[in-house]
Design a protein around this ligand. Structure first.
Ligand code: ZN
Length: 300
């Protein structure tokens, strides 16, 4: 069975190449996965846009309606970082549904990854920080509501703190949020996760991996997890434009192996999301995101 990969061509909302958000990383990631022999028949699934009712499990109903109608107030669009037109709205609905679909595939096959997702700054009331809907929170709450899972773990290793996920899931005792991130990075006002680990600027492979290796067993001792959502943001990389940390490609690869290996050896289904990554060299960035899929395929 090849690694199950969820994708959609409309994950790319077609921003200008010089936009601060490197939208072209989505088609370039798919190209990288094809080159690596991972995007093959039997591996790929495509989501339908998420229904409004599902999005409203995690988000305020008026905000969901505003995004779907492309009538988001300008103040919120500024906090998100781009205007919500038809392509961006569709993209947000698809990426969120993609994480729900990847989670279902993970429950069935043990592991699956979405070629988007990890929009962890979207809070219950609104989007922020390049995030329109919080795909992980929507998927977690959808699976819990259906009774498909009883205990959900979020492992968020994007370099930015997972404030939106923490905000949405803070009153859900069946979900546990863990964020390890750069201390001095966005968001300035962090919303506490169940467990937050803040790293100093310039943290490199060894210190990063040692810290993570200490924490993973603690997470597993808490309770039996029915699924783990893994935000594998690559903005921890030394060459990331926004990251402030200093991981190398090998460090990223070791991180993915550590996280995925840890949970798969215990039989916990894992749903991987690409999370953040910012670089003007978008091909190099896509190759960094592809590492998640290369490592995950060894556990499929
Ligand atoms: Zn990030």
């Amino acid at each position: 069975m090849p690694l199950q990969i969820v994708h959609h061509p409309d994950y790319d909302a077609g921003f200008a190449v010089n936009h601060r958000f490197p939208m072209s990383k989505y088609p370039l990631l798919m190209e990288a996965l094809r080159l690596r022999g991972l995007a093959v028949a039997g591996a790929l699934s495509m989501p339908e846009p998420a229904p409004a009712a599902r999005l409203k499990l995690a988000h305020a109903a008026d905000y969901v309606d505003q995004v779907i109608a492309c009538q988001v107030p300008a103040k919120i669009e500024r906090e998100i970082g781009f205007p919500i037109g038809p392509r961006v709205s569709l993209r947000a609905q698809l990426a969120t549904a993609g994480t729900v679909l990847a989670a279902r595939l993970a429950l069935k096959h043990g592991i699956a990854c979405n070629t988007a997702g990890g929009s962890h700054h979207a809070r219950r009331a609104q989007g922020a920080g390049f995030c329109t809907f919080n795909d992980v929170a929507v998927a977690a709450l959808a699976l819990l509501a259906e009774g498909a899972v009883e205990n959900v773990l979020v492992v968020d290793l994007d370099v930015h703190q997972g404030d939106g996920t923490a905000d949405i899931l803070k009153d859900e005792p069946r979900a546990f949020t863990f964020s390890m991130h750069g201390e001095r990075n966005y968001p300035v006002r962090k919303i506490a996760s169940n467990l937050d680990v803040a790293l100093p600027d310039g943290t490199g492979d060894d210190a990063y991996l040692r810290r993570l290796a200490d924490i993973l067993p603690d997470l597993s001792r808490q309770r039996h997890w029915d699924i783990v959502f893994y935000n594998a943001g690559v903005d921890v990389h030394a060459e990331d434009r926004l990251g402030r940390l200093a991981l190398a490609d090998n460090g990223l690869r070791a991180r993915e192996d550590m996280v995925i290996g840890h949970f798969r050896k215990q039989g916990v289904p894992l749903c991987g999301l690409i999370g953040g990554g910012y670089s003007t060299d978008v091909s190099a960035l896509a190759a960094r995101h592809a590492i998640l899929f290369e490592v995950a395929s060894r556990y499929a």
